[in-house]
Write a protein that binds this ligand. Structure first.
Ligand code: 5GP
Length: 201
């Protein structure tokens, strides 16, 4: 059995990656989500254990000490980490996993595993991004500015990604993400083992 593929999805806040990832989980089979641990407070509608595992900073630091993260980083003043056990379990059992993580985390995953399919999601202009973040309205003014300047910094790492998914239209962006996932599964190195030996008998 082949290893589970890691699909890393990054991009600025407000770029729409969370909705795209949700849709992928809903519509594409054999795909699971890496539920990150964070010290951020839950937003309205977020469910503990589904969207994130919400913890206090002390608990997060303990997890770091215990080596329980595949990667972790500080983003917009909060800590976020990918639980190691779930990620390794998915890889071992051949389940493909989506990680919605920032550029620092993506870099760590690439260094650690030397594998993964790296996708960067963003609208086609900074103006559109700003509009979306403003509309979302869940950010205080200071937070909004922080997220916008963070977006510019994240752009500096876009060249570390394999795919760019422009999200001006949700449906087109979803088609693009879905194509990436499906084509990764069809790569020779992953799919060849599914061909019956009787072909070669
Ligand atoms: P938000 O607070 O808006 O849900 O997420 C803020 C940023 O943190 C997003 O860019 C998101 O991709 C990133 N993020 C979420 N979970 C993780 C994680 O486990 N590790 C890292 N490095 N970034 C994460």
């Amino acid at each position: 059995m082949r290893e589970g593929i890691l699909f890393i999805v990054s991009g600025p806040s407000g770029g729409g990656k969370t909705s795209l990832v949700r849709e992928a989980l809903r519509r594409i089979r054999n795909l699971t989500f890496s539920v990150s641990v964070t010290t951020r407070k839950p937003r309205n509608g977020e469910v503990d254990g589904r969207d994130y595992t919400f913890v206090a900073e002390d608990a997060f630091r303990d997890m770091v000490e215990e080596g329980r993260f595949a990667e972790y980083a500080s983003v917009h003043g909060n800590l976020y980490g990918t639980p190691l056990e779930e990620l390794e379990g998915a890889r071992r059992s051949g389940v493909d996993m989506i990680l919605d993580i920032d550029v620092q985390g993506a870099r760590q995953i690439k260094e650690k595993y030397g594998a993964g399919v790296f996708c960067f999601v963003l609208p086609s202009s900074f103006g559109i991004l700003k509009g979306r973040l403003t509309e979302r309205g869940s950010e205080k003014t200071g937070d909004l500015e922080k997220r916008l300047s963070e977006a510019k910094r994240e752009m500096e790492e876009i060249n570390n990604y394999d795919y760019i998914i422009i999200n001006d239209s949700f449906d087109e962006a979803f088609d693009c993400l879905s194509a990436v996932i499906k084509s990764a599964r069809c790569e020779y190195s992953r799919a060849a083992e599914r061909i019956g030996e009787d072909y070669f008998a």
